[in-house]
Design a protein around this ligand. Structure first.
Ligand code: ADP
Length: 283
């Protein structure tokens, strides 16, 4: 398997007033190139720490993180790893620097020392990739949260990363903005083959992932397809995750003796599953 990221037996300790606290514990995870992985977990489970370990912002206390064959502990690779693994954070306002959209998107490639003609090309392509090209001359300040976050993503794309790690990119957005971001991420993964690691505590956002990794207390407690993960309601509840309403409904029906399939995600799938079960009952 061609893994772009390999986290090998990593422990990360924060030190506070001489007290050490392990946010990630003997953690191992390999991410396949071109895949879309969702890391799910409630607050404090270690997701952000993992994200920062993956792009080399934090170095493991124990173990190794290998990005495309490069160890994040090796200072020689620091810049290259940061370029290859782009990070998108929660608050779009903290990520936008310039007063004009195109200048903002150009900021990353400028820092990499890319030629002006090539920068122009990348800025335009990146804005098109996130469906924000019409705002090329706009002021980010006037845009919606979802639009600003898409500009932040364009700024990362302009550095031509192999992988993007998004740390709760929708947490500050309304449902419309949230949808825009999820659709954008999906498109970048499917059309540009960018490896995506999406960190979230919204289960609904895991629907289109290839793989869902559930974290609790700095460790992996489940790692499977979205359908399998969604159907394990007991596990999800035990780690404090809110189960989508469709899953909750089917789970209750099943618990009350109704012979219905629980490995569904969308509203349409849920409706179909209920209809099927009703027909079976009638027979
Ligand atoms: P998540 O992203 O899942 O909310 P984090 O990685 O932010 O989890 O945090 C994991 C654990 O590490 C939590 O217990 C948190 O309190 C602790 N932690 C996070 N950042 C720091 C820090 N800067 N100093 C000390 N402890 C921290």
């Amino acid at each position: 398997m061609d893994n772009i990221i390999e986290v090998k037996n990593v422990t990360y300790e924060y030190v506070d007033d001489n007290l050490t606290h392990s946010a990630v514990k003997d953690f191992s995870l390999a991410v396949e190139r071109g895949s879309f992985t969702v890391i799910l977990g409630h607050n404090g489970s270690g997701k952000s720490t993992l994200a920062k370990l993956i792009n080399g912002l934090y170095k493991p206390t124990k173990g190794d993180v290998i990005v495309d064959g490069m160890n994040t502990k090796d200072e020689l690779y620091e810049t290259e790893i940061k370029r290859r693994v782009g990070m998108v954070f929660q608050n779009p306002d903290n990520q936008l620097i310039a007063s004009i959209v195109e200048e903002d998107v150009a900021f990353g490639p400028e820092n990499l020392g890319i030629e002006p003609d090539e920068i122009r090309k990348r800025v335009d392509e990146s804005l098109k990739a996130v469906d924000m090209y019409e705002f090329v001359k706009s002021t980010p300040h006037h845009l919606s949260g979802g639009q600003k976050q898409r500009i932040a993503i364009a700024g990362i794309i302009a550095m031509q990363p192999d992988c993007i790690v998004l740390d709760e990119p929708t947490a500050m957005l309304d449902p419309k903005g949230r949808k825009e971001i999820i659709n954008t991420i999906l498109k970048l993964n499917r059309e540009k083959n960018i490896t995506v690691i999406l960190i979230t505590h919204y289960m609904e956002e895991a629907e289109n992932a290839d793989r869902v990794v559930v974290m609790n207390d700095g460790a992996i407690i489940a790692d499977s397809t979205p359908k399998r993960i969604f159907s394990d309601v007991e596990m999800l509840k035990s780690v404090g995750l809110d189960v989508p309403q469709t899953t909750e409904l089917l789970y209750s029906l099943k618990k009350n003796g109704f012979d219905v399939s629980t490995d569904v995600i969308s509203i349409k799938e849920a409706a179909d599953a209920i209809e099927k079960a009703l027909h079976l009952e009638e027979k």
